[in-house]
Design a protein around this ligand. Structure first.
Ligand SMILES: [Zn+2]
Ligand SMILES: [Zn+2]
Ligand SMILES: [Zn+2]
Ligand SMILES: [Zn+2]
Length: 471
C-alpha cells in the first residue's frame, strides 16, 4: 500500500514539473521584410527564438498557400545558426533540420526564408506558418507554432474613381480605388466653395436703445449665421423743442421719450445767454430785461429796478484809459449792464470788451476802467465824452477821453496800433526786416520812425540826468 502511494506522489511531482517546463516555453517570431508584396515580387521571412533551453537538434516545417507562392523548388531557406554538424533546408518538403555535437544555445535569429510570389497570385492577405521542433537529447523544447500575414497587391492597379465634390467648407478630391486589391490613392483637390448666403432676416428688432439681431442661411449647407444690429438711437429729426420754465426736450418719434440735445433720454435745463434790456428803467419807472435759451429759444424776463444816480469819483483819464470808482455799485453791475458814450447828443453803445469792472469785496465799490483805444475803434473822434453806465437800478456817468494817439492811422489799419509812437516805429522796423523789397513810402515811413526813436533817446537821457540831480 505504502509503495502505491509513493509511486502516485512521484507521478504527481513529475507531472507538475512538466507543467512548469511548459509554462517557461520558448517563443518563435516570424517577421516579413514587407507586409505589402506585389504580384511577381518576393518576401523574406526572418525567424527568431527567445527563451529556449539549449538544444542538440531541431527542425522547422513551413506551410503556405501554393496558389500565392511559387512551388517549393523556388523557395530559398538557410540557417542563420552556426557551428552545427548538420544544417539543411529541403525545398521539396518545406522542412529544415539542424544537429549539434553538444547542447547549444539556439536563441536569437535562427533562419531566413525567401518566398517568391506568383505573377498570377490572387490579391489579398495570405498567411505563412512555421512549426518548430527542437530537442535536447530526448527532451523536447516547448515552443508554439508562429505565423506572419502579408498582403498581396497588384503590380498594376485597376482603379475605379470616385469624385468627392467640395462643400462650403471642405475641399473636394478624387479617390482612386483598385478594384483588384483595394489599394486607395487620392488626388485632384478642389477648393471649398464657401457658403452661399441668403439675405439677412430679422430675428429680434432693434429699438432706440436696445440692439437687435438678424440671421442669414447658406442655401447649400443650411448653416446659419447670426449678428447683432446696433440700437437705432432716438429719432428727433425735424422735431421742434418743447419746454417749460425749467427745461427743454424733444419727443422721440419712435419711443415718445423726452430727449435732450445730447441725444440721451431725459429733459435738459435751459442754457441761457446774457440778459438784454427790452425796456430801459428810469428814475420813475422799472425796466425789463430778457434772456433766451440758446437751445430752445425759451425766453425769461426780469424787472430792472428804477434807476438811482450814483456818483463816479476818482475819475482819471490818460491817453490809454479812463478809470472811475462808483460807490457801492459792484453787485448792481455784476449782472445786467449797459454802457454808452454820448457823442453829439447820441448814445453810441460800447461793447463789454471796451471796459472792465472790478468790485472791492470789502466796500462793494466798483472800479471801472475804460480802454481808450477800444473807444477809438468805435469811430469816435478824439475828444472828451460822457460815458454812461447802467446796471440793475443804478446809473452813473463820468467823462472819458479819446486821445489823438488812440486813433488808428489809416495806412496802418489791420496790423493794430498800441497808441505809442516808438513801439509802433519798432513794429514797422520789424516788418522791414522780414520784407526785403521796400517801396518809397516804406522808406519815408522808416525815416520818420528813426527820427521818433532818436527823439525818445534824447528824452530818456534828459530823464536820466534829472534823476541823478534829484538824488
Ligand atoms: Zn491593385
Ligand atoms: Zn454653406
Ligand atoms: Zn426713442
Ligand atoms: Zn431751453
Amino acid at each position: 500500500m505504502k509503495k502505491v502511494i509513493g509511486l502516485l506522489l512521484a507521478l504527481v511531482l513529475a507531472f507538475s514539473l512538466t507543467c512548469v517546463a511548459f509554462a517557461d516555453g520558448a517563443t518563435l517570431t516570424v517577421t516579413p521584410s514587407s507586409t505589402d508584396v506585389a504580384k511577381g515580387g518576393n518576401v523574406t521571412l526572418t525567424l527568431s527564438l527567445a527563451g529556449a533551453d539549449v538544444a542538440k537538434s531541431g527542425g522547422l516545417t513551413f506551410a503556405y498557400d501554393s496558389a500565392v507562392f511559387a512551388d517549393p523548388a523556388k523557395a530559398d531557406g538557410s540557417w542563420v545558426l552556426t557551428g552545427a554538424m548538420l544544417a539543411d533546408f529541403d525545398n521539396t518538403k518545406n522542412t529544415a533540420a539542424i544537429a549539434y555535437m553538444s547542447a547549444t544555445d539556439i536563441n536569437g535569429t535562427i533562419f531566413t526564408l525567401k518566398l517568391n510570389v506568383k505573377s498570377d497570385a490572387p490579391v489579398g492577405p495570405t498567411t505563412i506558418s512555421v512549426t518548430p521542433a527542437f530537442k535536447n537529447g530526448s527532451t523536447a523544447i516547448d515552443c508554439a507554432a508562429a505565423s506572419a500575414t502579408v498582403n498581396i497587391k497588384c503590380d498594376t492597379h485597376s482603379y475605379s474613381d470616385n469624385v468627392v465634390p467640395p462643400t462650403c467648407t471642405e475641399k473636394g478630391y478624387t479617390v482612386h480605388t483598385c478594384t483588384a486589391c483595394g489599394y486607395e490613392t487620392t488626388d485632384t483637390y478642389v477648393d471649398a466653395t464657401g457658403h452661399s448666403w441668403g439675405d439677412w432676416t430679422e430675428v429680434s428688432p432693434a429699438d432706440c436703445t436696445k440692439a437687435g439681431s438678424e440671421k442669414r442661411v447658406c442655401s447649400a449647407c443650411k448653416v446659419e449665421e447670426t449678428r447683432d444690429v446696433a440700437a437705432l438711437g432716438h429719432d428727433v429729426e425735424g422735431v421742434e423743442w418743447e419746454y417749460d420754465s425749467g427745461a427743454h426736450w424733444k419727443t422721440c418719434k419712435k419711443c415718445l421719450l423726452a430727449i435732450g440735445s445730447n441725444g440721451e433720454a431725459g429733459s435738459e435745463e435751459h442754457s441761457f445767454g446774457a440778459y438784454t434790456e427790452t425796456k430801459a428803467a428810469t428814475e420813475d419807472a422799472e425796466g425789463e430785461a430778457e434772456r433766451a435759451c440758446t437751445v430752445c429759444g425759451y425766453k425769461e424776463t426780469k424787472t430792472l429796478p428804477k434807476l438811482e444816480k450814483a456818483e463816479a469819483t476818482g475819475v482819471e483819464s490818460s491817453d490809454s484809459k479812463t478809470s472811475a470808482t462808483i460807490a457801492g455799485a459792484g453787485s448792481k453791475l455784476s449782472g445786467f449792464k449797459k454802457a454808452v458814450v454820448i457823442v453829439d447828443g447820441k448814445e453810441i453803445a460800447v461793447p463789454e470788451s471796451a471796459y472792465t469792472i472790478t468790485t472791492d469785496p470789502a466796500t462793494g465799490d466798483a472800479t471801472v476802467v475804460v480802454d481808450a483805444a477800444a473807444l477809438a475803434a468805435l469811430d469816435i473822434k478824439p475828444g472828451t465824452y460822457e460815458f454812461k453806465l447802467t446796471g440793475e437800478g443804478v446809473e452813473s456817468t463820468f467823462n472819458v477821453k479819446v486821445p489823438e494817439a488812440a486813433v488808428a492811422p489809416a495806412n496802418n489799419a489791420g496790423t493794430g496800433t498800441t497808441g505809442n509812437a516808438s513801439a509802433d516805429a519798432a513794429a514797422a522796423n520789424d516788418a522791414s526786416v522780414t520784407s526785403p523789397q521796400m517801396s518809397d513810402s516804406d522808406i519815408a515811413f522808416l525815416i520818420v520812425a528813426l527820427l521818433a526813436i532818436m527823439g525818445s533817446s534824447v528824452f530818456a537821457g534828459v530823464t536820466y540826468r534829472k534823476k541823478r540831480y534829484n538824488k
